[in-house]
Design a protein around this ligand. Structure first.
Ligand code: AMP
Length: 833
């Protein structure tokens, strides 16, 4: 018999419950009610405790489940259902909920709170007493599905009391309140019913909460990510694109991943405030345009202008940019930069109309241009009389006032916290443009500060000078080679205070030490990327000399991982690796070779965003405790360095890729030391002989394969950083690809593995062959595309490989070479394909 719908309502308020009355006293229920604020990322579809009226649940048969008619202190009903037919044989008591809309969620969670009486605690030999009950569901698009048969319900689980209970002191006895959560999905209809089946237990169902999880709307990296319902699969990560907030633009398309648990993971890319807008509390505001421009003295060849500061400067105005051109000749314009609110444009044609536009610049960049203002120069004949009419005294007073304003402005700016350009600009700079460009735009490349005759000039070219008084040092967080590293706060005029890290140069430094110390700032200051540590500025005009950078709450990555061994999901670890690869891609695009890429030189913030740090000139390797002297006299962190860089100092982005592979290994093994306690000499020898680090424990095969690719002896066969980023993006988008772990039996925990050349031999399956040539990652793709036998594989062409998504040239070569080899052997009658 099915739990069909015409059964009576379960229990009535005040009706005595059979067998076991007063399962929960009133006060206790009230206390439980107040405990149930649901976490932000959970959205309730039903909470039996918050339903004020009738729940509309149906019991079948009528004398099975019964509602205990309690009310709380506000006379709101407490919907507790109980059944306790432990004395009777063959129980089959159903309790059906009303229809629950899933509100578009395809995976829902059911949290049950219940007490279940231990059969041993009941008097008399109770052979029929049970200690479990069953939970079912039935999907339907509307409420019509209620009258279905018992066997049409799908079982979710058998529910038993478990260890995780809360002990409830009921005065005369202690009761255990169990909480069990089950999830159901993927759901395909608009809603569902739940059903609870009792087969002879003594149960009080205290509350039922049904909810789905969502990643709540958030603004991260200036991009807004919408409320996102989690995916149907418990391991699914949904890639969600962010939308840049007002007045910001995409730097790298902002994306995040919504996990099944309702957490935002792996932020990628970011938005930047548009020129002229400044980031403040997750918004962008800008200096408003200059609104009022007045003409001053006009001659036949010049026009003088003055204007008011914008109504909302939103920061200190560093300078104004004045663009002007002869009316209807817009393609040929002149730009004047001025720190004052007045200029004179000279060299103009007599009797001609000129169009002027002005915009202000703060530390955040330029605001919008003002509207166009049009003024005319005097005609030739009028010029001399104009000039002669100006009393000399007026000119003197004007000049005097301007000079006074300059002096006052200078004195005032000295007292404010702000950036100042150490290289003094002339008060006005003038540039002539034709068709928009003063010079052809080029690709940004890294400039080696060594190329500057005076290294101080490089610092001031790339780093902003900060007033020491704007910095508050709070505590020491580390020791650098040149002095202490502190955390603190930076407050710049017009900006909110924010946390920073401050590297100090210890007293008594030599000139070379000062140069090397500031060299790092000259390099860092050239970079602008979300995965590269950001330089705020330097203090060079007072002592101690300081380098101020963004603050990374979790410090260096190796220490952080050791401290949190085993605490992260694979996706979180891959997210960290993705960030590092993205930062390295940026550096290699800029033409910068890091040379000391290692987990100790990566910093990690509170959002688990990793940023590459530790830039330097020759000193990079000097101050690294891991660096050892090589036979050629250089100091090199052997375990992280590619063989060609150790042997003949061939440092390139490809040698950085080798180091990146070692960082991958460090991350996946939670900060284990590469090659453990082997000596540097043994490491060099083993790597030279073709041995490589074995896979870390529980490492996805695809990641280990990527490590091995990074450790190819031939540096040209190693993947490039952009390929690594795309590969990791693919894995993040498709987390099931991370489920295949490196086979535990083939993992050697304390030995290096032989990095065998392309293999050959008789293979029983496509998988076995691909594994043997270390291309196992493509097995699934081969199988899915019909290359499921070695016969089929023998037909594969290079074109086919590309179509299958084997884009790495190294991999294409490996696969094609192996096929070729097998074909040759087949011809020789050696290998049966
Ligand atoms: P370094 O001299 O760059 O190796 O820094 C020494 C130590 O100071 C690092 O290992 C970190 O623990 C800490 N540190 C350096 N920079 C920062 C930063 N920006 N944020 C937080 N901690 C930092």
């Amino acid at each position: 018999m099915g739990p069909r719908g015409t059964g009576g309502r379960a229990g009535r308020a005040g009706a005595p419950a059979p067998g076991w009355t007063c399962l929960l006293p009133l006060l206790l229920c009230t206390a439980l009610r107040s405990l149930r604020a649901s976490p932000g990322s959970e959205v309730n579809l039903l909470d039996s405790r918050t339903v004020m009226g009738d729940l509309g649940w149906i019991a079948y048969p009528k004398n099975g489940w019964e509602e205990i008619g309690e009310v709380d202190e506000n006379y709101a009903p407490i919907h507790t259902y109980q059944v306790c037919k432990v004395m009777e044989q063959n129980q089959n008591n159903w309790l059906l909920t009303s229809w629950i809309s899933n509100e578009g969620a395809s995976r829902i969670f059911i949290e049950l709170k219940f007490t279940l009486r231990d059969c041993n605690s009941l008097p008399g030999g109770l052979g029929t007493c049970k200690e479990t009950f069953n939970m079912y569901y039935f999907e339907s698009d509307d409420e019509d599905g209620r009258n279905i048969k018992e066997n049409q319900y799908i079982k979710i689980d058998t529910i038993a009391a478990d260890e995780s209970f809360t002990e409830l002191d009921l005065g005369d006895r202690v009761m255990k309140l169990n909480t069990e959560v089950r999830d159901v999905g993927p759901l395909t209809k608009k809603g569902f019913y739940l059903a609870f089946q009792d087969v002879g237990a003594c149960i009080a169902l205290v509350s039922v909460r049904v909810y789905y999880k969502k990643c709540p709307s958030v603004i991260r990296n200036l991009a807004r990510f919408p409320d996102t319902i989690t995916g149907a699969d418990s391991s699914q990560l949904l890639e969600v694109s962010g939308v840049c907030i007002n007045h910001s633009v995409t730097e790298e398309a902002p994306k995040m991943h919504c996990s099944a648990e309702g957490e935002w993971l792996v932020p990628i890319g970011k938005c930047l405030c548009k020129a002229g807008y400044e980031e403040k509390n997750n918004t962008c505001q800008a200096p408003s345009p200059v609104s009022s421009v007045k003409k001053g003295k006009i001659t036949k060849n010049s026009i003088s202008l003055s204007w008011q500061e914008p109504d909302r400067p939103n920061g200190i105005i560093l300078e104004y940019e004045i663009k002007y051109f002869e009316k209807d000749q817009e393609t040929s314009y002149t730009i004047i930069k001025s720190k004052e609110t007045a200029i004179t444009a000279d060299g103009l044609k007599p009797g001609a109309a000129y169009v002027f536009q002005i915009r202000a610049r703060t530390a955040a960049g330029y605001g919008g241009f003002s509207r166009r203002f049009e003024f005319e120069t005097s005609p030739v004949l009028a010029a001399s009389s104009d000039q002669s009419q100006i009393p000399i005294i007026v000119v003197s007073v004007t000049v005097g006032v301007i000079l006074l304003a300059v002096v006052i402005g200078f004195l005032l700016s000295g007292r404010r916290c702000g950036y100042s350009k150490a290289k003094q600009d002339p008060e006005e700079e003038k540039m002539h443009f034709h068709n928009g460009h003063i010079k052809l735009p080029g690709v940004r490349t890294y400039i080696d500060p060594h190329t500057y005759e005076d290294p101080n000039q490089a610092v001031h070219e790339f780093a902003k000078e900060i007033e020491a008084s704007c910095i508050t040092i709070e505590r020491v967080i580390g020791a650098g080679e040149f002095g202490e590293v502190c955390s603190g706060r930076l407050k710049l005029q017009g900006k909110r205070e924010f946390p920073v890290a401050i590297k100090t140069l210890k007293v008594g430094y030599t000139e070379k030490q000062r140069r090397d110390f500031l060299g790092e700032a000259s390099i860092m200051g050239q970079f602008d990327h979300p995965n590269i540590i950001h330089l705020e500025g330097v203090v060079t005009k007072s002592k101690p000399v300081m380098i101020v950078t963004e603050y990374m709450e979790n410090g260096s990555l190796d220490t952080f991982l050791k401290k949190n061994d085993g605490q992260f999901t694979v996706i979180q670890l891959v997210g960290m690796l993705r960030g590092i690869a993205s930062g390295m891609k940026y550096l290699s695009d800029m033409g910068y070779v890091h040379r000391d890429l290692a987990a100790r030189n990566i910093l990690i913030n509170s959002n688990l965003v990793c940023k590459v740090s530790d830039f330097g000139l020759s000193r990079v390797l000097e101050d690294d405790p891991e660096a050892a002297y090589t036979t050629r006299g250089g100091k090199i962190p052997i375990r992280w360095t590619a063989p060609e860089a150790i042997a003949f100092r061939k440092f390139t982005s490809a040698s950085d890729v080798w180091s990146y592979g070692i960082v991958m290994w460090e991350v996946m093994s939670y900060g284990e030391r590469p090659y453990w306690e082997m000596t540097n000499q043994d490491v060099i020898k083993a790597v030279e002989e073709g041995y490589r680090l074995p896979s870390p424990m529980d490492c996805p095969a695809a990641l280990y394969q990527l490590m091995l690719d990074c450790w190819q002896k031939d540096r040209n066969s190693r993947p490039k950083f952009d390929e690594i980023v795309s590969m990791l993006d693919k894995l993040i988008r498709n987390p099931s690809s991370l489920k295949t772990l490196v086979n535990a039996s083939s993992r050697v925990s304390n030995l290096l593995v032989e990095h065998s050349p392309v293999g050959s031999g008789a293979y029983r399956s496509v998988g076995e062959w691909l594994e043997a040539i270390k291309m196992g990652r493509y097995t699934e793709i081969f199988m899915e595309n019909g290359y499921s036998s070695m016969d089929a594989v023998a037909q594969v062409t290079l074109e086919d490989l590309r179509r299958l998504g084997v884009t790495l040239v190294g991999h294409q070569k490996k696969i094609m070479n192996s096929l070729q080899e097998m074909k040759v052997q087949l011809v020789n009658g050696m290998v049966p394909l």
